[in-house]
Design a protein around this ligand. Structure first.
Ligand code: PRX
Length: 670
């Protein structure tokens, strides 16, 4: 396919009726492919897909043996069902994730770059080879053992985007400790909640972080998390010196990373892990206020990470992947760390933001490091498109695949990504997945499945999507239909449980529609069977690609002494996708409204983190409630979205007159 025909493909596919499937070879981009693409024709995908759902054990056993090195081969590929709530993969198998991601490449290609680090302002450039990575991971593994961490213990990681974050994950995996990364934007209260829930023994952090030119005192946040409130089970804090600033020190608890690491030799044998042992837990937001620790296991997760890297991104050993996601979220876990490193690919760790020092930062990094694959959330693309095309002044000759993740990508952003960033010469893959799915579940395979801007397209191997009627749970058959999205079969990288709360796992994912995994998203299947993700059908909202629970924000606001009742809704926003709008009623006559709203914003920043702060807070006399006391968020959403003439029947409200009063507050000029 020539550049022109890719362009033609993209513009044709901008319409709903665009070409459905690509039966042109996937390697014919007008730029060099380092080797043969893994697949060349759509019919190969079709055949493999059919096999993967008809004979999952045969399909996955072959792929698991091809992609991973096992210390002991597995005997049973898959055991259990979605119905029974027990799903396990590769039973009897033993392996170590850090061996798979580090040692085997260090043995074969010791001098190959594993990690490229780009610091916030670009003044620190550092590359780490696979040989060096093995040394650093081994040393840290010793340090953790010396700090009392044993196989099965939980280690919290609260680090900025620096190579040490990757080293920390892999060191935990090496000794069989379960890592629990907490995004470094979370507040001390959120961190403490997560330390308590996971029973973490050690916290790995840094003195400070750097982001967008700002310095963030993260050791300080850890001190606050450990120093106040309920005491945690943390016995040690390991601190990486990032900026060298003076930080308060708790003797006996705190240790410097560099001082500890240099005590130890550069190789420690990896622990043999059972396939179903937990690899990590990662907290995510759900419908209720309490975050859930999603648990992923060693074997299945790594198979999913490697298989999607190979087939969705068409990654080859010569490739260089720059995933802009933070290691504090699942995108960073899977596509900054585990997928590229398992496949022996070079990965980029970028500490900064897309707009610092100016909006050409991403493009400069891509060009400078000959990046072949770039992966980012639409929220960043919206910002960069708005900043203007002049910033895309670098040739970025090696780019082949452009990925999008975390939220729907609007067709005009997709087109801009394809035409302007990719210069009509790259495959754009809109990848749909979740913390719980571990790796991509619906996504075009680069160069194989023709994209349609805005559609996640077709399922990955082993994923059998269905649409269900949300009320009855009945299957919605045929094409050109909508429903809630669920999966009919287990797949290797699906979450196995919620840490310490298996019942909640079953109730959230497997018991809602018996026999299916329920995603929490609505979707449409178009006339050609392509999937278009519609967004969450629960109380989860997506702000700048961050998954937030309205209930969690509500409970943060409700802690304020002046607040009587509160409701939070997500509304569409051009830049952030969705934005948090909060409605509060107060206990008394509130006169200092401005002061109160400022305090409430601070309250959310303090309780959850700055990224969850409401964009707007409306202080209203009362919330719209039904006679049984249920808050009608739908009405609030319509009022702030300017759909005040489409409120529907409000006579069922306990006091219909509140609606007019809320409209007055919302319409009042600020
Ligand atoms: O609503 C879907 C949306 O993000 C949710 C998962 O969020 P999280 O667990 O934080 O993982 C984000 C990174 C994988 C989903 O339930 N979502 C994710 N990818 C897409 C998406 N919505 C539309 N299109 C996507 N490609």
């Amino acid at each position: 396919m020539t550049a022109n025909s890719v362009n033609a493909l993209a513009s044709a596919s901008a319409e709903l009726d665009g070409p459905r499937r690509q039966d042109a070879p996937g390697d014919l981009l007008a730029k060099p492919h380092p080797s043969k693409p893994h697949l060349r024709y759509f019919h190969e995908y079709e055949a493999m897909y059919k096999r993967s759902v008809a004979q999952p054990s045969q399909f996955w056993s072959a792929l698991a043996r091809e992609l991973l090195s096992w210390d002991r081969d597995f005997q049973t590929t898959q055991y259990g069902t979605l119905e029974s709530g027990t799903v396990s993969w590769f039973l009897g198998g033993e392996l170590n994730v850090s061996y798979n991601c580090v040692d085997r490449h260090a043995i074969k290609t010791p001098d190959k770059t594993a990690i490229i680090y780009e610091s916030d302002d670009g003044t620190i450039n550092r590359s780490i080879t696979y040989h060096e990575l093995l040394r650093e991971v081994s040393r840290l593994a010793y340090v953790l053992k010396d700090m009392g961490v044993r196989k099965g213990d939980t280690v919290a990681i609260y680090l900025p985007m620096i190579p040490e974050a990757v080293i920390a994950l892999l060191a935990c995996a090496r000794i069989g400790a379960v890592h629990s990364v907490v995004f470094a934007g979370f507040s001390s209260e959120s961190l403490r909640d997560r330390l308590l829930d996971a029973n973490s023994k050690v916290v790995i952090t840094a003195d400070e972080g750097k982001r967008g030119g700002k310095t963030i005192g993260i050791k300080n946040t850890v001190d606050q998390a450990l120093g106040s409130g309920q005491s945690t089970s943390v016995t040690g804090v390991l601190v990486y010196k990032r900026t060298g600033t003076e930080v308060p020190w708790v003797p006996g608890r705190d240790r410097w990373w560099h001082q500890e690491a240099e005590k130890w030799p550069s190789y420690i044998a990896p622990e043999r892990m059972a396939s179903e042992d937990p690899l990590f837990l990662l907290y995510t937001s759900g419908s209720t206020g309490k975050p859930k620790g999603i648990v992923h296991t060693v074997g299945g997760y790594l198979v999913g990470a490697a298989a999607t890297g190979k087939y969705v991104f068409d990654l080859h050993p010569e490739d260089r992947l720059f995933c802009g996601g933070d290691v504090g979220w699942i995108t960073g876990h899977t596509y900054v760390v585990y997928s590229p490193l398992c496949l022996g690919v070079t990965t980029v760790v970028f500490e900064g933001t897309p707009v610092f020092p100016d909006p050409s930062r991403y493009w400069e990094i891509i060009d400078k490091h000959a990046i072949t694959h770039f992966y980012v959330a639409p929220t960043a693309l919206r910002l960069l498109k708005r900043a203007g095309d002049d910033h895309i002044k670098y040739p970025m000759r090696n780019l082949r695949v452009l990925g999008s993740v975390g939220e729907p990508i609007a067709p005009e952003i997709w087109k801009w990504y394809h035409d302007i960033v990719g210069r009509g010469n790259c495959h754009v893959v809109d990848t749909y997945w979740q913390t719980e799915t571990g790796s991509h579940v619906i996504a075009p395979l680069a160069g194989i499945i023709s994209p349609k801007p805005g559609a996640a397209t077709l399922p990955f191997f082993g994923i059998e999507p269905v649409l269900l009627d949300s009320q009855t749970g009945e299957l919605v058959q045929g094409n050109n239909v909508e429903g809630v999205l669920a999966f009919k079969q287990p797949w290797p990288s699906m979450a196995r449980t919620i840490w310490g709360d298996h019942k909640r796992y079953l109730d959230t994912y497997l018991n809602v529609y018996k026999g299916y995994y329920f995603t929490g998203d609505g979707a449409r299947r178009d006339h050609e069977g392509f999937y278009w993700i519609g967004g969450r059908v629960d109380d989860v909202i997506n702000v700048s690609g961050h998954r937030l629970s309205t209930a969690e924000i509500e409970s943060a606001l409700a802690e304020h002494s002046a607040v009587a009742e509160v409701a939070v809704v997500g509304i569409s926003d051009d830049l952030t996708g969705q934005a948090v709008n909060a409605f509060v009623s107060t206990k008394g006559q509130e006169e200092q409204i401005d002061a109160l709203t400022r305090e409430l914003v601070l309250q959310v920043r303090r309780t959850i983190g700055p990224f969850a702060a409401p964009q707007k807070i409306f202080v209203i006399p009362d919330l719209p409630k039904t006679r049984s006391g249920k808050i009608m968020r739908r009405i609030l959403r319509k009022i702030v979205s300017g759909e005040q003439d489409q409120l529907g029947d409000i006579t069922t409200l306990l006091d219909p007159s509140v609606v007019g009063k809320i409209i007055d507050v919302v319409n009042k000029p600020l």
